[in-house]
Design a protein around this ligand. Structure first.
Ligand SMILES: [Zn+2]
Length: 221
């Protein structure tokens, strides 16, 4: 997929470490924090002083970043999935995606809102935990594809396999025979985000893994 990029962007971290946009392509080299870059870009593209949902103006130091498709259901930190939101909308939206939240907002009674929320999340959870549903994510289908794990290169240091996040994801993948989130890779197949999921797939010898390939991002070596 092609992600939204600002026309100009440059972030120099060190002598040989940088992130920059050149002719519509995000070039990354050396040490970079992909998540941080995506959030910074989302604010550049979408502003920092208005909530995407209620359209109220929000002071810059009170703005939060919302994942249109929620993190818990495979939502990824890429510009296309990020919108500035006020704290109130962000916490009300919780694990709903933007479409579900828009419906939720039209419901008048608190009780019915509650019941809508629980039904919606239960349905998504059942899909996530169904081993037969290969793509159990709450994400646009065309974003996600499958690739051999061996085709993906990881150039950052190894993940801490004793961390709680690693153990939790390992348990999920072992139980449901799939990853709870896709890996994000550059056009030249270098892992950008999803390091824990990558390590879990390695440990469990998964052959194929869900990936989101960012066609307009390249890692320079
Ligand atoms: Zn709001």
């Amino acid at each position: 997929m092609i992600i939204e990029l600002p026309s100009q962007y440059e972030r120099i971290e060190g002598k040989n470490d940088f992130a920059r946009v050149r002719e519509g392509v995000l070039e990354l080299k050396g040490n970079y924090d992909f998540e941080k870059i995506m959030i910074e870009m989302a604010y550049l593209l979408k502003g920092k002083n208005r909530c995407h949902y209620c359209r109220n103006s929000v002071p810059e130091d009170k703005i939060t970043i919302d994942h249109l498709y929620p993190l818990d259901f495979g939502g990824v930190t890429i510009t296309n999935n990020l919108e500035p939101a006020c704290h109130s909308c962000n916490s009300k939206k919780s694990n709903m995606n933007q479409f579900e939240f828009n419906i939720w907002r039209t419901i008048n009674s608190k009780e019915e809102q509650k019941s809508f929320y629980h039904k919606t999340i239960a349905k998504k959870r059942a899909r996530k935990m169904n081993p037969k549903k290969k793509k159990g994510f709450d994400l646009p289908k065309k974003w996600v594809t499958y690739r051999n794990l061996s085709a993906i290169k990881k150039i950052t240091k190894a993940e801490n396999r004793k961390s709680e996040r690693f153990k939790k994801m390992l348990m999920f993948a072992r139980k449901y025979h799939k990853l709870p989130r896709p890996l994000i890779i550059s056009s030249n197949y270098i892992l950008l985000d999803g390091k824990i999921a990558y390590s879990v797939a390695k440990v469990l010898h998964f052959e194929e893994v869900p990936v989101i390939i960012l066609e307009n991002v390249v890692v320079l070596r």
